[in-house]
Design a protein around this ligand. Structure first.
Ligand code: TXA
Ligand code: MG
Length: 319
C-alpha cells in the first residue's frame, strides 16, 4: 500500500469506511484506528493492521447517548448518569452488548465498550454513518498511543489509506473505562476522566487493577516506549540518559536530553504532553534509558502515573 494521506476530507473518510476500509480518526484522547463496528471483515482488518491479539476487545464509538441502543442491550442507571454528565468525553462505558455487535469486536465477551468522543470532526463523521466505529488507539499493539496524525503516519502509514487530521489531541491520554464487576460499577482503566469526577456523580467506586485482565490496558508493559524507562533519579551525572520530568529538570542530566511535561505544574497540560514527549525522547539518538518522574497522584495525575509505571516495567508482551 502507498503512504497514507493526511487530510480533513470527511467524505473521503466516509466513503472508505462504508467500503469496509479503515481510517485513522482524531478524538480528544488519542487517535483511533476506525472501521465499521458491525462489519466482521473491517474488524478483522483492525486486528491485522494493529497486530493486536484477538483477546483484546475494541471500543465502539457512537455520536450520542441516543445511539447506545445500537450496540447495548441495556443501560444501567449508573452508566446513564455518567453518560449524561460526561459524554461527549474521555469516558468508555462497558455495557451488555446486543446482537448487532460481532463477537470479534468484544473478544467474545458479553459486554461492549462504548463511548462518545469529544471531537467535532469525528462526531460529524459518526453522524454521517449508519454504523458506529470500532476504534482502538491507532498504534501497533503494546506501543504508546498516537496524539497527532504524524504519530499515526510514523507507524501505520503503509497499512492504511487515510488519516483524518483533527490536530493534536487535547486530552492526550486514553479514556477512563468504567464497567460492572460483581454487580458494582468499577473503574477498569484510569484515563482522561478522573476518579474524583466520577465519584462526584455516582459515589464511591473502586479501581480494579492488574492481576485480572478485564481490560488489556491493564496489562503490565502495555504503554512501553522502545527505550527503557527508570522511575526515579540518578545519584551522579549520567551522560547517555534522558529524563521525562514533571516541572523541573534534573541537575545530573544534560538539559538537551530532558523534557518537561508542565513547567507550571498543570496536570492536564502534562497529560497532553505525555505520549508526545515519550516519542521525542525515544527519537533522540544514543540514549541508553530515560529517568521518569511520577506526578502528584490526584485527578488526571493518577492516569499519567499509571502510564509511566507501565512504560517503566520490562516488556512481557512484544508488539
Ligand atoms: O481513548 C480511548 O479509549 C481511545 C480512543 C481511540 O477512543 N481508544 C483506546 O482503545 O484506548 P484501546 O483499544 O487502545 O483500548 C481499549 C481498551 C482495551 O484495553 C480493551 O480491552 C478495553 O478497552 N475494553 C474494550 N471493550 C471492553 C469490554 N467489553 N470489557 C472490558 N474492557 C474492554
Ligand atoms: Mg491502546
Amino acid at each position: 500500500m502507498t503512504e497514507a494521506e493526511i487530510g480533513t476530507n470527511l467524505s473521503a473518510a466516509r466513503e472508505l469506511l462504508i467500503a469496509g476500509e479503515l481510517v485513522a480518526i482524531p478524538t480528544e484522547t488519542v487517535y483511533g484506528l476506525a472501521g465499521n463496528a458491525f462489519d466482521v471483515e473491517a474488524l478483522a482488518k483492525i486486528f491485522e493492521v494493529k497486530e493486536r491479539p484477538y483477546f483484546d476487545p475494541l471500543i465502539v464509538h457512537i455520536h450520542s447517548i441516543e445511539a447506545v441502543p445500537m450496540c447495548a442491550s441495556s443501560f444501567p442507571e449508573w452508566a446513564e448518569k455518567l453518560a449524561q454528565r460526561f459524554w461527549p468525553g474521555p469516558l468508555t462505558l462497558v455495557l451488555p452488548k446486543n446482537d448487532n455487535v460481532p463477537d470479534l469486536a468484544t473478544a467474545g465477551l458479553p459486554t461492549v465498550g462504548v463511548r462518545v468522543p469529544n471531537h467535532a470532526l469525528t462526531l460529524e463523521l459518526l453522524r454521517s454513518l449508519a454504523f458506529p466505529l470500532a476504534a482502538p488507539s491507532a498504534n501497533p499493539f503494546g506501543y504508546v498511543s498516537p496524539t497527532t496524525p504524524q504519530h499515526v503516519a510514523a507507524q501505520l502509514s503503509h497499512r492504511i489509506e487515510y488519516i483524518l487530521d483533527g490536530g493534536p489531541c487535547t486530552v492526550g491520554i486514553e479514556s477512563t473505562i468504567v464497567g460492572e464487576r460483581e454487580g458494582k460499577p468499577s473503574i477498569f482503566r484510569l484515563g482522561g476522566l478522573s476518579l474524583e469526577e466520577i465519584r462526584e456523580v455516582i459515589g464511591e467506586i473502586e479501581v480494579v487493577n492488574s492481576g485480572n485482565i478485564i481490560a488489556p490496558g491493564m496489562m503490565d508493559s502495555h504503554y512501553a516506549p522502545r527505550i527503557p524507562m527508570i522511575l526515579g533519579e540518578p545519584e551522579e551525572a549520567q551522560r547517555n540518559f534522558g529524563a521525562l520530568r514533571f516541572m523541573e529538570p534534573l541537575p545530573e542530566i544534560d538539559l538537551s536530553h530532558q523534557l518537561i511535561l508542565s513547567p507550571s505544574g498543570d496536570l492536564h497540560e502534562a497529560a497532553a504532553n505525555l505520549f508526545r514527549s515519550m516519542r521525542q525522547l525515544e527519537a533522540m539518538k544514543g540514549l541508553d534509558a530515560i529517568y521518569g518522574e511520577l506526578v502528584p497522584d490526584v485527578g488526571i495525575g493518577r492516569a499519567i502515573n499509571d502510564r509511566l509505571k507501565r512504560a517503566s516495567v520490562p516488556r512481557k508482551i512484544s508488539a
